[in-house]
Design a protein around this ligand. Structure first.
Ligand SMILES: [Zn+2]
Length: 364
């Protein structure tokens, strides 16, 4: 796995920067992310491409490096970002922190600033740039929530470039590199125990759900229910929506239960269920914010039991239940597979991980 960088983004400034053709070329040594036939990630050089094709990355990095948007009052981590269109013009963005370690992230900021300047219509950014003070070989990793907003508003086809403000190595990845939506179909639904668990997750989840807001006909695959199984217990979750449109998602709610009194992050397996009335099975679409929270919970387990970090990878069942309350399809993935290039406390370095381990052990 490649490492990643911290950013705690944020939003909303309307700082528009026009960059002319005199922008210094070749300040950054650009490389792109590729995968080999074994799906291993490596960097591929851009060297053979003319400046006319790589200039957009340079311009995006220049605009991001000049960004004055960030206000990281808690983290002191300045996220400097940008979003540019085909002619190299674009908007700057950054993180704005507020409340208690609450933040409008740099990518959320970029979406908002981009739409403020360019409106709706068909226009989408070509490149989103992220300035990192970390080793640029560590690919920038947007958090789960930022993946959710970028996917919905910009789609999966734009590129993300990251590197240091002063130049040097800068890495270009596609937004689609950060997404995973192809779990394997699994024959586990042949087993009564799996079917019973799925139906229990659906029943308990529907009784817990608080959602008077989401339109029933929009994204039914995003209205899912969750059960986390640990060695000792099962913790259920369903979405909790209130009028401010800052929901607690189903996975987060199950995690809150697991960590509430017993402090039980020992995830063994996860069930996610979506129900449908149509003729075809419905693959639950779990929001990336939920995936990231599960990733962090699993990391707590690794820290507490002193496993080598990043070694354990619990299975996740994704289950479709039809109107007759019959399981009609089951897919399978893992905590790590469905969040490529994860954003997690591992991004904050070994010293912070030791603090996190001590904190979780004292809490138990
Ligand atoms: Zn984010």
């Amino acid at each position: 796995m490649l490492g990643v960088q911290i950013f705690v983004g944020h939003s909303g400034q309307l700082c528009r920067i026009e960059i002319g053709e005199e922008t210094m070329a070749n300040k950054w040594d650009l490389k792109t992310v590729r995968r080999d036939w074994k799906n291993r990630v490596f960097f591929h050089s851009f060297k053979d491409l003319p400046e006319s094709q790589t200039g957009k990355y340079e311009r995006a990095m220049e605009i991001a490096a000049a960004s004055q948007v960030a206000n990281p009052k808690f983290s002191n981590y300045f996220c400097k970002e940008s979003a540019v269109i085909h002619n190299g013009n674009g908007v700057s963005a950054g993180n704005i922190e507020y409340g208690l370690c609450q933040a409008l992230h740099g990518e959320e900021s970029a979406v908002s600033a981009f739409r403020s300047v360019y409106g709706r219509g068909k226009k989408k950014p070509l490149v989103l740039a992220i300035i990192s003070s970390d080793d640029p070989r560590d690919l920038a990793a947007p958090c789960g929530n930022c993946r959710d907003i970028m996917l919905d508003d910009f789609g999966p086809d734009f590129e993300i470039v990251s590197g240091r403000a002063e130049g040097g190595l800068a890495v270009v990845a596609k937004m689609s590199d950060y997404l995973f939506d192809k779990p394997r179909i699994d024959s586990g639904f042949m087993f009564p125990a799996i079917r019973d668990w799925a139906l229990e997750t659906l029943s308990v989840g529907q009784s817990m759900e608080n959602d008077p807001y989401s339109p029933r006909n929009l994204y039914p695959e995003r209205r899912y229910y969750v059960s986390l199984a640990t060695k000792e217990n099962k913790y259920f979750g369903a979405h909790h929506l209130m009028c401010d449109y800052h929901p607690v998602y189903a996975m987060e709610r199950a995690i809150l239960k697991a960590m509430d009194i017993k402090k039980d992050p020992f995830v063994a397996c996860v069930m996610v269920v979506a129900s449908h009335a149509g003729p075809k099975p419905l693959l639950p679409h779990v929001m990336y914010r939920d995936r990231q929270h599960l990733y962090e919970l699993n990391l707590y387990k690794d820290l507490i039991v002193d496993h080598e970090l990043d070694r354990l990878d619990p299975s996740i069942y994704l289950c479709s239940v039809n109107q007759e309350r019959k399981v009609d399809c089951l897919w399978r993935t893992t905590v790590k597979e469905w969040l490529p290039f994860p954003f997690s406390p591992m991004n904050f370095g070994r010293e912070f991980l030791q603090h996190l381990k001590n904190y979780q052990e004292v809490k138990r």
